[in-house]
Design a protein around this ligand. Sequence first.
Ligand code: ADP
Length: 540
Amino acid sequence: MNGLMMDQPLLISTLLTHAERHHGNQEIVSRRVEGDVHRTTYRELAQRARRMANALAARGIEKGDRVATLAWNGYRHMELYYAASGSGAVLHTLNPRLHPDQVVWIADHAEDEILFFDLTFLPLIEAIASRVKTIKAFVAMTDRAHMPANSKVPNLLCYEELMADHSSDFRWPVFDEKAASSLCYTSGTTGNPKGALYSHRSTMLHTYAAALPDGLNCSASDVILPVVPMFHVNAWGLPYVACMVGAKLVFPGPWLDGKSLHDLFEAEGVTVSAGVPTVWQGLLTHVESNGLEFSTMRRTIIGGSACPPAMMRTFQDRYDVNVLHAWGMTEMSPLGTACKLKPSHLKLGADERIAIQSKQGRAVFGVDMKIVDENGAELPHDGKAAGELMVRGPWIISEYFKGGSPLVNGWFPTGDVSTIDPEGFMQITDRSKDVIKSGGEWIGSIDLENIAMAHPGVAMAACIAARHAKWDERPLLVVVKKQGTELTRDELLAFYDGKIAKWWTPDDVVFVDSIPLGATGKVQKNILRDAHQDHLLVAA
Ligand code: ADP
């Protein structure tokens, strides 16, 4: 016997309809590429998304066609999120930080039909326009006054003109919730990038879960500023969550330096932000060196790579900004775990609390996880046994787009090595490809990096496996010193005393001017390994 409930598919367009009807006046503020600050509302956003849906239809975009973007976080990008997916097309967010050859490869692989871009990326568009095989039109996301003069880009259209040519009279189509809604490629540090193709259903379920109090904890009382780009796993789902709960949204556009972000936090009363640790590094440096405070921001969501405990302490103890550590992957829409403390933790001392917050957290409902050894046998959740983390759930990929299935017995192997404690808190010790194997034993590089980052003279640290004559591999620390500090190798290595098993202490330190970051703000350890992996052999 079936239940007698309405059979309504879970469609992304319903988020926008809800926002327009129930919190239409809520604000969306964007710093634009054009230089000014733009204000709109969910009501206007919904109207313009419908206009854009008409414009897409008029250009022959059909259900399932890929609509690509190369754009910062801003209201026009958000309009496209809803116009493309809502009308049944697939929004494909390209990452502009990738090499142009990779952008071409991805656009061809995705078979993009049309590409919308922010003016910042005009040089990139000019470089790729004649090379991409399937894109029929390029749309500059601006008005006529700001359109580039004498551009060499063929079939160049103006976003605001396209919008003005069409009415907002559009009914969002109703279709199967399993239909594809958006496409995002992994950054592909090794080999070609791989496409994660989300569905309406997966996105909607992810949105419900992400909004939960023990998830990203978002509500109508929040003013959310996603620093995490809308071209990287849909800004961790925040453009959908904000629409669902009716939060005010603040978009930083291309201005992601510490000063610009802090100015915007203060001007717009931002309460919650989200981004990778490297972005917060820049923000904290700016705030510390100018004696500033955060007058409204009370929470920040940090993920993408491990948040160093030293950064958590600074945010929490010095600035009263609570850190929510979260973990996920492009293949997981992205949210997997969030590290909200349990009530029993609140009476713990500060150090013990930070130790728990440094873990990546508990699975949000919808994500099931387990850890396994090399033979696939399940390991205990005792907080000690470390193995490959496997996940499954309705917003985790079953296959890559045109790329086959990576699943092992129905589970997605994350490529992360982790422990899970009896309370359900998962902690990543490493990516499996970054693990340091010394004399057959694993050493977790994240722990070693976190300790180095707690030293006042260290701006940034990465720990890699260096080849070793006796032990096969030993940890080697690569460090950028804070400007104007004196710091020696011996001082830094002595800092490990008593904090970690003696044999885990890195063998040596290489001081460098900068550490290479990839297109999503993560340390590119493969480049560091290429440069330094023979360091200990040479030194010996
Ligand atoms: P890619 O960098 O390959 O494009 P993602 O951006 O999807 O892929 O990154 C997913 C990976 O990032 C995870 O598998 C994990 O290694 C790492 N990661 C994400 N969040 C965290 C976190 N909070 N702590 C440690 N590692 C993290």
